[in-house]
Design a binder for this molecule. Structure first.
Ligand code: TXA
Ligand code: MG
Length: 342
């Protein structure tokens, strides 16, 4: 199949591809999505095939406006409270599904994840298509999510009909996922730009799924099935170094004398890393910047042949830092070394 790389000028053609059961990758404010008609179970199956994604991992249904959720799910006052505060924007809400949503979209679950993106191109595509669009991140399963059209082409060229290039994504990490529980509490299933602190302002009771910080065990599966996979994995292994920043830096520099490794560093570290391959993810005081750069940096490491290991610093876990931390520990397969224990 020839993949057409184009811009928003072809939005009508893209909408037609979606309506006819094909696949179009498109920009959102978080990461690029790989879209299909969410009401067409066969089209959804093509997404799993193109990505090599396990079929038990459900897709997010993208809507033009929050109230469209009524057609596909059972909403609640808490849903509209979240919608008033954060939609359109980088949040996904898990709700009990209505029968109209095919099971192939929800990985067999009786819930559906809904999201209303704020990115103009994404919104226009959903409106033009006239159907809800189910879309996972537009990467090969197991790769970091794509934050620009180049990343999408790298992974999916020849496997999908069209890619709409809308430049670099504003946020760079996937949406925050929350589940509304029957007792009107929320569970944070995946952290993102809508932070835990922001959710607390809307709902007094927010639990966090253990899968955000810990490796999922067979007897305690995560609420979002995708959280159990070693997502966001570059080909070269990643190890996170925890502890005081200077100690961690010293440890990495010592290791670099013994082995061919690279480092994911901050602006402030640059002077120390002149003899080691590195990629910078912005200033240590700016976790939004780190979120924006992280996946591009992990992908850039994948292109290198001169290292066999990547060291990364433990990020600050407040605000969007929790999302950076979550993606990094998954990239690292939960491998963390603590440098200042004694
Ligand atoms: O920002 C985003 O959310 C991007 C853009 C394209 O919108 N999409 C995205 O999709 O990250 P994906 O498929 O890569 O991640 C969706 C996550 C998976 O971990 C999946 O298991 C979870 O959402 N999920 C989807 N539907 C669910 C459901 N009904 N119950 C629990 N988890 C669900
Ligand atoms: Mg994904």
């Amino acid at each position: 199949m020839k993949t057409v790389l184009t811009s928003e000028k072809d939005i009508e053609k893209a909408a037609e591809i979606i309506r006819n059961g094909g696949l179009v990758a498109f920009p959102t404010e978080t990461v690029y999505g790989l879209g299909a008609n969410a009401l067409d179970g066969e089209a959804a199956k093509k997404i799993y095939a193109a990505k090599g994604r396990p079929s038990d991992n459900p897709l997010i249904v993208h809507l033009a406006q929050a109230s469209d959720a009524e057609k596909y799910a059972y909403t609640s006052p808490l849903y509209y409270k979240l919608a008033d505060s954060f939609m359109p924007g980088p949040i996904t809400v898990i709700l009990p599904k209505k029968d109209i949503v095919p099971k192939s979209v929800t990985g067999g679950l009786d819930t559906v994840a809904v999201r209303v993106p704020v990115n103009e191109t994404a919104r226009n595509l959903i409106k033009c298509a006239g159907v809800p669009i189910c879309a996972p991140s537009a990467n090969t399963s197991g790769k970091p999510s794509p934050t620009c059209a180049d990343h999408v082409m790298h992974d999916l060229d020849g496997k999908i009909e069209m890619v709409i290039d809308g430049g670099v994504c504003d946020i760079g990490l996937e949406s925050t996922i929350v589940k509304i529980n029957s007792d009107n509490s929320l569970t944070l299933c995946r952290p993102g730009a809508i932070t835990l602190e922001m959710l607390h302002e809307v709902c007094a009771q927010v639990k966090t799924d253990r899968a955000i910080e810990e490796k999922a065990e067979a007897d305690a599966p995560p609420i979002a099935p995708g959280m159990k996979y070693r997502h966001y994995a570059p080909e070269i292994p990643v190890i996170i170094i925890d502890g005081n920043h200077e100690c961690a830096r010293k440890y990495i520099l010592e290791q670099a004398e013994k082995q061919k490794c690279g480092a994911l560093i901050y602006d402030e570290d640059i002077p120390y890393f002149q003899n080691i391959p590195y990629h910078v993810i912005g200033s240590i005081d700016d976790m939004s910047g780190a979120a924006h750069e992280l996946f591009d940096a992990l992908r850039a490491f994948d292109e290198r042949k001169d290292i066999s290991l990547i060291y990364a610093f433990m990020p600050d876990k407040s605000g969007i830092g929790l999302a950076v931390f979550n993606r990094l520990i998954k990239a690292a397969g939960f491998k963390i070394i603590r440098t200042d224990e004694e």
